[in-house]
Design a protein around this ligand. Structure first.
Ligand code: UDP
Ligand code: MN
Length: 325
């Protein structure tokens, strides 16, 4: 009887031990975060400013890394994440604060993003100044008015503002030329996915990707063969050297600095040729780096906000309080 009990005990013992070990391993796993983070969490931290959130720690040559893989050599310190500079021209209109709010809500989720907001105005407005002060983003607030003669339908918009952003970048980086950075032009009414920033961050010279809802089509995109841009899928002026919207490319800071004369021009520039005229000065089609899975994914949309109906705004019996909208 005793020996039967003993043999049963020894048969069960390894199983009991296995169950105990499994339970222990499971409880050692960290609890999942309350709010799920996007799958590309290294990029999903806020930047400097009021709403500062520390960057998630990247793999450092610490004790834990060594414990997990002792045969691996010590990790080299990673190079700093290139800063993304977003140049946004903006102008006063009823929807301005709403547009800027949407944009800031996106940008706040991108690590190392510096927002260069350029007002189309003779002076910095109080609305935008107050907005930026509370936005919780590293930013630079510039202004330059568009000359009256250029404020006509059919003429390119925001030429002067984009150039002011470029001038600021060049001046700011005059001394420290080796800082890694990427510039892109972020109009205030477009819609940007967070993945887009992940893609553009690795721009070496000039990178390109598809843009949704533009050119009279669901999307426009660079055509890619063997990793190179060989043409353009577009429904509008296919003869453009770079048949791409302003939202469809990014440029490395190095390229901006080494081409100090590259700017947007009004003289000789036909409508819709702003992008081509600018890109011609800094790159060639062969040199372009296709992003977004060889330009097969739409990560940015050229959305346009409907003009608001203010037909019932009172002229005389206005509200008793003054409210900024
Ligand atoms: N913009 C500007 N001044 C203007 C018109 C537009 O600064 O007089 C800005 C606008 O806020 C946006 C960019 O220029 O960031 C492009 O303008 P819009 O979105 O009207 O152009 P579209 O998308 O129609 O090409
Ligand atoms: Mn627009």
């Amino acid at each position: 009887m005793k020996s039967v009990l003993f043999s049963r005990f020894f048969i069960l013992l390894p199983w009991i031990l296995i169950v105990i070990i499994m339970l222990d391993v499971d409880t050692r796993r960290p609890a999942p975060p309350l709010t799920p983070r996007p799958h590309f969490s290294p990029y999903a931290a806020a930047g400097r400013g009021a709403a500062r959130v520390p960057l998630p720690r990247r793999v450092s040559p610490g004790r834990h890394a060594e414990q997990r893989n002792e045969s691996r050599p010590r990790a080299e310190p990673e190079p700093p994440l290139p800063t993304i500079y977003a140049i946004t021209p903006t102008y006063s209109r009823p929807v301005q604060k709403a547009e800027l709010t949407r944009l800031a809500n996106t940008f706040r989720q991108v690590a190392r993003l510096h927002w260069i907001l350029v007002e189309d105005a003779a002076a910095r407005s109080e609305l935008v100044s107050r907005f930026l002060a509370r936005a919780g983003l590293p930013s630079t607030h510039l202004h330059v008015p568009t000359p009256r003669r250029y404020k006509r339908p059919g003429l390119p918009r925001a030429t002067e503002q984009r150039n002011a952003g470029l001038a600021w970048l060049r001046q700011t980086h005059q001394q420290q030329r080796s800082q890694p950075g990427v510039l892109f032009f972020a109009d205030d009414d477009n819609t940007y996915s967070l993945e887009l920033f992940q893609e553009m961050r690795t721009t070496r010279k000039v990178s390109v990707w598809p843009v949704g809802l533009v050119g009279g089509r669901r999307y426009e995109r660079p055509l890619v063969e063997n990793g190179k841009v060989v043409g353009w899928y577009t429904g509008w002026r296919a003869d453009r050297p770079f048949a791409i919207d302003m939202a469809g490319f990014a440029v490395s800071l190095q390229v901006i600095l080494s081409n100090p004369k590259a700017v947007f021009t009004r003289r000789g520039s036909q409508p819709g040729m702003q992008e081509s005229d600018f890109l011609k000065q800094i790159t060639t089609v062969e040199e372009l780096e296709p992003k977004a899975s060889n330009c097969t994914k739409v990560l940015v949309w050229h959305t346009r906000t409907e003009k608001v109906n203010l037909a019932n705004e009172p002229k005389y019996l206005v509200d008793t309080v003054k409210i900024e909208v």
